[in-house]
Design a binder for this molecule. Structure first.
Ligand code: EPU
Length: 334
């Protein structure tokens, strides 16, 4: 365990916002978190910092999760259950699985962040969500220090949702996540432009998980800014779900409004709504809306969290005025 005082967090959040942690603790082993929790239960836990907007300096101790390790727990001819330390980098785990021919997470290639953050918002992309491969997770209760194992059902996953964002918010420190990966992968190319990309890559059926991963990497790199170059946290908002009745009304005016069926209504791409309000490519000072994906707010360098937050408020208001739809942030505001 290492402790740093008055530590800059600029390299610990993908928005590259300047914020300072009074105390930053690197959690390298499970006993480190027990030690820190014994003295302080109101911790701020930081993984890859890829879904956070700092609008002020975090109060109290910031824990940088560095719990590593990849262990095969169980396997047969069909599947393998793998336990990943929660501080492992998500994309490294995807590459680890692909190297061994284990399928299930190739469509989730290049998502920034750590394994431990993935269940919080049930990360998803290109037709696959974490819940599709999730088996269980281990966590430590922040006040009782007890160890708990959560099954998939107990995590209550939904679209960008889990129990850890609601009833159990800030109550647990996730130490490891176990995924069930397939030794006989089912290739998922039905979402969006994956098939077109595979063809552009001159790949032929049957496609391999490596080819699907490469296609996803190519699509993401062409549409989403790399946080190494431009500060951002991926999708800033969730795609809203509206009632069928509301959708029918809007469709009368906005004939080309894209939509997807959702269990409790109709899902509308937030990017489309934001673009229709004229925000795509908007730039003011050092921040704005990405020119290629209207769902992504960007810090071109030196902007503050408050400025980006204020921009998100303006976007929410204009979408509300034009479509009577309230956008909700996917990014956690600290
Ligand atoms: N669209 C626009 N304008 C844009 C971008 C998109 O009108 O600037 C419309 C198009 O109609 C397009 C539709 O939105 O067909 C959907 O776009 P896209 O396939 O890019 O997906 P998305 O709904 O905008 C979601 C996830 C992304 C994930 C992609 C691909 C959310 C909040 N976002 O975006 O996740 O990569 O699907 O599966 O669900 C992230 O969470 O950080 C993230 C990038």
């Amino acid at each position: 365990m290492q402790i740093y005082e008055n530590c800059s967090l600029v390299n610990h959040n993908t928005f590259h916002i300047e914020a300072v942690a009074e105390k930053l603790v690197r959690i390298e082993q499970e006993k480190d978190i027990l030690t820190v929790l014994a003295f302080n239960q109101s911790l701020n836990i930081l993984g890859g910092g890829s879904n956070i907007l700092f609008t002020k300096n975090p109060a109290g101790v910031v824990c940088l999760n560095q719990l590593k390790g990849i262990t095969i727990l169980e396997e047969n001819n069909d599947f393998v259950r793998v336990e990943f330390g929660s501080g492992e980098v998500w994309h490294d785990c995807v590459l680890w699985a692909i190297d061994r021919g284990y399928g299930g997470i190739e469509n989730l290639s290049l998502i920034p962040g750590t394994i431990g953050a993935a269940p919080l918002q049930n990360i998803g992309a290109y037709g696959v969500e974490l819940k599709d491969v999730f088996y269980s997770l281990n966590a430590i209760h922040r006040s009782t220090l007890e160890h708990h194992t959560f099954s998939k059902e107990q995590c209550n996953f939904g679209y960008r949702e889990s129990v850890f964002k609601h009833a159990l918010k800030n109550q647990y420190f996730i130490t490891s996540v176990t995924l069930e990966l397939s030794k006989k992968p089912v290739i998922r190319t039905d979402y969006g432009s994956i098939l077109d990309e595979l063809k552009a890559m001159h790949c032929h059926e049957p496609y391999s998980i490596k080819q699907v991963s490469d296609a996803v990497i190519r699509i993401r790199s062409s549409k989403l800014p790399d946080p190494k170059d431009i500060g951002n946290a991926g999708s800033f908002f969730k795609n809203p779900v509206i009632s069928q009745e509301h959708f029918n009304q809007l469709k009368n005016t906005f004939h080309n409004m894209p939509s997807y069926p959702a269990p409790d209504g109709v899902k509308i791409p937030a990017a489309w709504l934001i673009e229709q309000c004229g925000w795509k490519g908007f730039k003011e000072g050092n921040y704005g809306v990405h020119p290629k994906q209207a769902l992504v707010l960007v810090n071109y360098g030196g902007s503050s969290g408050e400025q980006l937050y204020h921009l998100s408020e303006r976007i929410i208001q204009s979408v509300l005025d034009k479509f009577q739809i309230t956008l909700h942030r996917e990014v956690n505001v600290w």
